[in-house]
Design a protein around this ligand. Structure first.
Ligand code: MTE
Ligand code: MO
Length: 263
Protein backbone atom coordinates (compact mmCIF):
# COMPACT_ATOMS: atom_id res chain seq x y z
CA UNK A 1 0.00 0.00 0.00
CA UNK A 2 2.73 2.42 0.98
CA UNK A 3 4.57 1.62 -2.20
CA UNK A 4 1.44 2.17 -4.25
CA UNK A 5 1.00 5.58 -2.65
CA UNK A 6 4.57 6.55 -3.43
CA UNK A 7 4.12 5.56 -7.07
CA UNK A 8 0.85 7.43 -7.23
CA UNK A 9 2.50 10.51 -5.76
CA UNK A 10 5.29 10.26 -8.29
CA UNK A 11 2.82 10.23 -11.17
CA UNK A 12 0.87 13.06 -9.73
CA UNK A 13 3.99 15.17 -9.48
CA UNK A 14 4.98 14.28 -13.00
CA UNK A 15 1.56 15.14 -14.34
CA UNK A 16 1.49 18.38 -12.34
CA UNK A 17 4.86 19.47 -13.72
CA UNK A 18 3.77 18.94 -17.31
CA UNK A 19 0.48 20.67 -17.08
CA UNK A 20 2.07 23.62 -15.35
CA UNK A 21 4.47 24.08 -18.21
CA UNK A 22 1.65 23.83 -20.68
CA UNK A 23 -0.48 26.29 -18.77
CA UNK A 24 2.10 29.05 -18.58
CA UNK A 25 2.72 30.62 -21.95
CA UNK A 26 5.86 32.66 -22.46
CA UNK A 27 5.58 36.15 -20.99
CA UNK A 28 4.52 38.64 -23.63
CA UNK A 29 4.76 41.82 -21.61
CA UNK A 30 1.11 41.74 -20.67
CA UNK A 31 -0.39 44.71 -22.43
CA UNK A 32 -4.04 43.99 -22.23
CA UNK A 33 -5.54 47.08 -20.70
CA UNK A 34 -9.19 47.64 -20.33
CA UNK A 35 -10.49 50.09 -22.87
CA UNK A 36 -12.23 52.78 -20.92
CA UNK A 37 -14.55 53.50 -23.80
CA UNK A 38 -13.35 56.49 -25.76
CA UNK A 39 -15.50 57.19 -28.74
CA UNK A 40 -13.01 56.68 -31.51
CA UNK A 41 -11.06 53.52 -31.93
CA UNK A 42 -7.83 55.40 -32.37
CA UNK A 43 -8.27 57.30 -29.16
CA UNK A 44 -8.81 54.21 -27.08
CA UNK A 45 -5.76 52.68 -28.64
CA UNK A 46 -3.54 55.51 -27.87
CA UNK A 47 -4.88 55.69 -24.37
CA UNK A 48 -3.49 52.22 -24.07
CA UNK A 49 -0.20 53.61 -25.18
CA UNK A 50 -0.43 56.30 -22.58
CA UNK A 51 -0.90 53.67 -19.94
CA UNK A 52 2.11 51.84 -21.29
CA UNK A 53 4.16 54.97 -21.34
CA UNK A 54 3.39 55.43 -17.72
CA UNK A 55 4.35 51.87 -16.96
CA UNK A 56 7.65 52.18 -18.76
CA UNK A 57 8.33 55.67 -17.47
CA UNK A 58 8.93 56.45 -21.08
CA UNK A 59 8.44 59.94 -22.41
CA UNK A 60 6.22 60.51 -25.39
CA UNK A 61 8.74 62.10 -27.74
CA UNK A 62 11.11 60.05 -29.83
CA UNK A 63 14.28 61.64 -28.65
CA UNK A 64 13.52 62.25 -25.03
CA UNK A 65 15.61 60.09 -22.72
CA UNK A 66 14.07 57.31 -20.70
CA UNK A 67 13.60 58.56 -17.20
CA UNK A 68 13.97 55.68 -14.81
CA UNK A 69 14.27 56.65 -11.20
CA UNK A 70 13.24 60.25 -11.18
CA UNK A 71 9.98 61.04 -12.84
CA UNK A 72 8.94 64.65 -13.24
CA UNK A 73 12.28 66.01 -14.29
CA UNK A 74 12.65 68.55 -17.07
CA UNK A 75 11.93 66.67 -20.23
CA UNK A 76 8.60 65.01 -20.19
CA UNK A 77 5.45 65.36 -18.24
CA UNK A 78 4.23 62.38 -16.33
CA UNK A 79 1.37 60.86 -18.15
CA UNK A 80 -1.17 59.04 -16.09
CA UNK A 81 -4.26 57.39 -17.33
CA UNK A 82 -7.41 57.38 -15.33
CA UNK A 83 -6.36 56.38 -11.86
CA UNK A 84 -8.40 53.32 -11.14
CA UNK A 85 -7.13 53.20 -7.58
CA UNK A 86 -9.34 56.18 -6.94
CA UNK A 87 -12.47 54.42 -8.06
CA UNK A 88 -15.27 53.72 -7.44
CA UNK A 89 -17.79 56.49 -7.08
CA UNK A 90 -16.40 59.81 -8.19
CA UNK A 91 -18.33 61.90 -5.70
CA UNK A 92 -17.59 60.02 -2.53
CA UNK A 93 -14.12 59.73 -3.76
CA UNK A 94 -13.52 63.44 -4.15
CA UNK A 95 -14.89 63.96 -0.67
CA UNK A 96 -12.29 61.51 0.58
CA UNK A 97 -9.56 63.30 -1.25
CA UNK A 98 -10.58 66.61 0.15
CA UNK A 99 -10.32 65.19 3.61
CA UNK A 100 -6.88 63.86 2.79
CA UNK A 101 -5.77 67.17 1.37
CA UNK A 102 -6.69 68.84 4.62
CA UNK A 103 -9.29 71.39 3.69
CA UNK A 104 -10.57 73.85 6.22
CA UNK A 105 -13.99 73.07 7.67
CA UNK A 106 -15.35 75.96 5.64
CA UNK A 107 -14.06 74.47 2.42
CA UNK A 108 -15.38 71.08 3.36
CA UNK A 109 -18.76 72.70 3.80
CA UNK A 110 -18.54 74.36 0.44
CA UNK A 111 -17.73 70.95 -0.98
CA UNK A 112 -21.35 70.09 -0.47
CA UNK A 113 -22.33 72.50 -3.19
CA UNK A 114 -22.17 71.56 -6.80
CA UNK A 115 -18.74 72.75 -7.78
CA UNK A 116 -18.60 70.87 -11.03
CA UNK A 117 -18.23 73.98 -13.11
CA UNK A 118 -15.69 75.58 -10.86
CA UNK A 119 -11.99 75.39 -11.59
CA UNK A 120 -10.13 74.86 -8.34
CA UNK A 121 -6.51 75.83 -7.75
CA UNK A 122 -5.10 74.49 -4.51
CA UNK A 123 -1.90 73.73 -2.70
CA UNK A 124 1.30 75.75 -2.66
CA UNK A 125 -0.24 79.06 -3.68
CA UNK A 126 -0.94 82.22 -1.69
CA UNK A 127 -4.46 82.40 -3.11
CA UNK A 128 -6.39 79.21 -3.42
CA UNK A 129 -8.92 79.93 -6.15
CA UNK A 130 -12.33 78.75 -7.21
CA UNK A 131 -13.05 80.17 -10.61
CA UNK A 132 -16.15 80.09 -12.73
CA UNK A 133 -16.04 80.34 -16.49
CA UNK A 134 -17.06 83.98 -16.16
CA UNK A 135 -14.13 84.59 -13.83
CA UNK A 136 -11.78 83.15 -16.43
CA UNK A 137 -13.30 85.14 -19.26
CA UNK A 138 -12.84 88.32 -17.25
CA UNK A 139 -9.05 87.89 -17.08
CA UNK A 140 -8.54 89.43 -20.49
CA UNK A 141 -4.93 90.40 -19.95
CA UNK A 142 -3.83 86.78 -19.71
CA UNK A 143 -6.11 85.42 -22.43
CA UNK A 144 -4.73 83.47 -25.37
CA UNK A 145 -6.36 82.19 -28.51
CA UNK A 146 -4.87 80.20 -31.39
CA UNK A 147 -5.04 77.14 -33.59
CA UNK A 148 -3.17 74.43 -31.74
CA UNK A 149 -1.59 71.66 -33.74
CA UNK A 150 -1.96 68.16 -32.35
CA UNK A 151 -0.28 64.84 -32.90
CA UNK A 152 -1.49 61.75 -31.15
CA UNK A 153 0.25 58.44 -30.67
CA UNK A 154 -1.26 57.00 -33.82
CA UNK A 155 0.35 59.68 -35.92
CA UNK A 156 -2.93 61.42 -36.66
CA UNK A 157 -2.65 65.17 -36.72
CA UNK A 158 -4.85 68.21 -36.94
CA UNK A 159 -5.49 71.72 -35.70
CA UNK A 160 -8.02 72.81 -33.14
CA UNK A 161 -8.81 76.39 -32.30
CA UNK A 162 -8.85 77.12 -28.58
CA UNK A 163 -9.59 80.16 -26.52
CA UNK A 164 -8.44 80.27 -22.94
CA UNK A 165 -5.99 81.60 -20.39
CA UNK A 166 -2.26 81.24 -20.10
CA UNK A 167 -1.83 78.76 -17.29
CA UNK A 168 1.48 80.11 -16.06
CA UNK A 169 0.11 83.63 -15.82
CA UNK A 170 -2.92 82.33 -13.98
CA UNK A 171 -0.69 80.60 -11.44
CA UNK A 172 1.76 83.44 -11.14
CA UNK A 173 -0.46 86.50 -11.12
CA UNK A 174 -3.74 85.19 -9.72
CA UNK A 175 -3.03 82.14 -7.56
CA UNK A 176 0.40 83.47 -6.55
CA UNK A 177 2.26 80.20 -6.80
CA UNK A 178 4.87 79.77 -4.08
CA UNK A 179 8.53 79.56 -5.06
CA UNK A 180 8.94 76.11 -3.52
CA UNK A 181 6.26 74.62 -5.78
CA UNK A 182 7.75 71.65 -7.65
CA UNK A 183 4.87 69.80 -9.30
CA UNK A 184 1.58 70.96 -10.71
CA UNK A 185 -1.03 68.28 -11.24
CA UNK A 186 -3.89 68.97 -13.61
CA UNK A 187 -6.58 66.52 -12.65
CA UNK A 188 -9.81 65.80 -14.47
CA UNK A 189 -13.11 64.67 -13.06
CA UNK A 190 -12.57 61.17 -14.47
CA UNK A 191 -9.25 60.87 -12.67
CA UNK A 192 -7.12 61.44 -15.77
CA UNK A 193 -4.24 63.66 -14.81
CA UNK A 194 -1.00 65.15 -16.01
CA UNK A 195 1.84 66.51 -13.95
CA UNK A 196 4.20 69.28 -14.97
CA UNK A 197 7.02 71.13 -13.34
CA UNK A 198 6.62 74.91 -13.13
CA UNK A 199 9.27 75.21 -15.85
CA UNK A 200 7.22 73.01 -18.16
CA UNK A 201 4.23 75.27 -17.61
CA UNK A 202 6.28 78.42 -18.06
CA UNK A 203 8.01 77.38 -21.29
CA UNK A 204 6.82 78.07 -24.81
CA UNK A 205 5.72 75.22 -27.00
CA UNK A 206 5.94 74.90 -30.78
CA UNK A 207 4.09 73.37 -33.71
CA UNK A 208 6.09 71.10 -36.02
CA UNK A 209 4.23 72.47 -39.04
CA UNK A 210 4.88 76.09 -38.01
CA UNK A 211 8.11 75.80 -36.09
CA UNK A 212 8.39 79.53 -35.51
CA UNK A 213 5.08 79.80 -33.73
CA UNK A 214 5.14 79.87 -29.96
CA UNK A 215 2.31 78.67 -27.78
CA UNK A 216 1.83 78.97 -24.04
CA UNK A 217 0.17 76.16 -22.13
CA UNK A 218 -3.46 77.21 -21.70
CA UNK A 219 -6.65 76.40 -19.88
CA UNK A 220 -9.29 76.58 -22.60
CA UNK A 221 -13.01 77.01 -22.18
CA UNK A 222 -13.82 77.31 -25.87
CA UNK A 223 -12.98 74.92 -28.70
CA UNK A 224 -13.55 75.66 -32.39
CA UNK A 225 -15.76 78.60 -31.50
CA UNK A 226 -17.90 76.72 -29.02
CA UNK A 227 -17.82 77.02 -25.30
CA UNK A 228 -17.73 73.73 -23.48
CA UNK A 229 -21.08 72.80 -22.11
CA UNK A 230 -21.11 72.26 -18.35
CA UNK A 231 -23.49 69.39 -19.05
CA UNK A 232 -20.53 67.47 -20.39
CA UNK A 233 -18.33 67.92 -17.37
CA UNK A 234 -16.24 70.76 -16.06
CA UNK A 235 -15.84 73.11 -19.04
CA UNK A 236 -12.05 73.48 -18.93
CA UNK A 237 -9.34 71.80 -20.95
CA UNK A 238 -5.59 71.93 -20.62
CA UNK A 239 -4.05 72.48 -24.05
CA UNK A 240 -0.36 72.27 -24.80
CA UNK A 241 1.69 72.48 -28.00
CA UNK A 242 4.75 70.42 -28.84
CA UNK A 243 8.12 70.54 -27.12
CA UNK A 244 9.76 69.61 -30.41
CA UNK A 245 8.84 68.07 -33.74
CA UNK A 246 7.40 64.62 -33.19
CA UNK A 247 6.20 65.37 -29.68
CA UNK A 248 2.95 63.47 -29.14
CA UNK A 249 1.06 66.28 -27.47
CA UNK A 250 -2.61 65.39 -27.73
CA UNK A 251 -2.76 62.87 -24.89
CA UNK A 252 -1.48 65.63 -22.62
CA UNK A 253 -4.64 67.63 -23.15
CA UNK A 254 -6.69 67.13 -20.00
CA UNK A 255 -10.43 67.53 -20.51
CA UNK A 256 -12.92 68.39 -17.79
CA UNK A 257 -10.38 69.74 -15.35
CA UNK A 258 -11.51 69.47 -11.76
CA UNK A 259 -8.52 70.78 -9.89
CA UNK A 260 -5.06 72.19 -10.40
CA UNK A 261 -3.03 71.02 -7.46
CA UNK A 262 0.29 72.66 -6.71
CA UNK A 263 2.76 70.70 -4.56
N1 MTE B 1 -10.20 63.86 -18.70
C1 MTE B 1 -9.60 63.21 -19.70
N2 MTE B 1 -8.82 63.88 -20.57
C2 MTE B 1 -8.20 63.24 -21.58
C3 MTE B 1 -8.33 61.85 -21.76
C4 MTE B 1 -9.16 61.16 -20.83
O1 MTE B 1 -9.35 59.93 -20.90
N3 MTE B 1 -9.78 61.86 -19.83
N4 MTE B 1 -7.70 61.22 -22.81
C5 MTE B 1 -6.57 61.92 -23.44
C6 MTE B 1 -6.21 61.38 -24.72
S1 MTE B 1 -5.44 59.88 -24.71
C7 MTE B 1 -6.41 62.06 -25.90
S2 MTE B 1 -5.81 61.52 -27.38
C8 MTE B 1 -7.16 63.29 -25.93
C9 MTE B 1 -8.35 63.12 -26.83
O2 MTE B 1 -8.92 64.35 -26.98
P1 MTE B 1 -10.40 64.50 -27.54
O3 MTE B 1 -11.28 63.81 -26.54
O4 MTE B 1 -10.60 65.93 -27.65
O5 MTE B 1 -10.38 63.79 -28.85
O6 MTE B 1 -7.64 63.67 -24.67
C10 MTE B 1 -6.80 63.41 -23.59
N5 MTE B 1 -7.42 63.95 -22.42
MO1 MO C 1 -5.66 59.37 -26.85
Amino acid sequence: MKRFLIILLFFLLLAGGCSKEAAEPPQVNGQVEADKGESDEEASNDKQEVIEEERDQEPAGDEAPVIEETPALEESPIISGPDTSQEPAAEEDSADEEAVRGETPQEAEEGLEDENNILKIRGLVENELKLSMDDLKAMKDIAFEADFYWLNSYGTTGYTHFKGLKLWDLLETQALIKPEAAIVTIRAQDGYSMEFTPDQIKMEYMDETNPDNKYPMIIAWEENGQEYSPDEGAPYKLVVGQKEAGDVNKPQWVSNIDVILVE
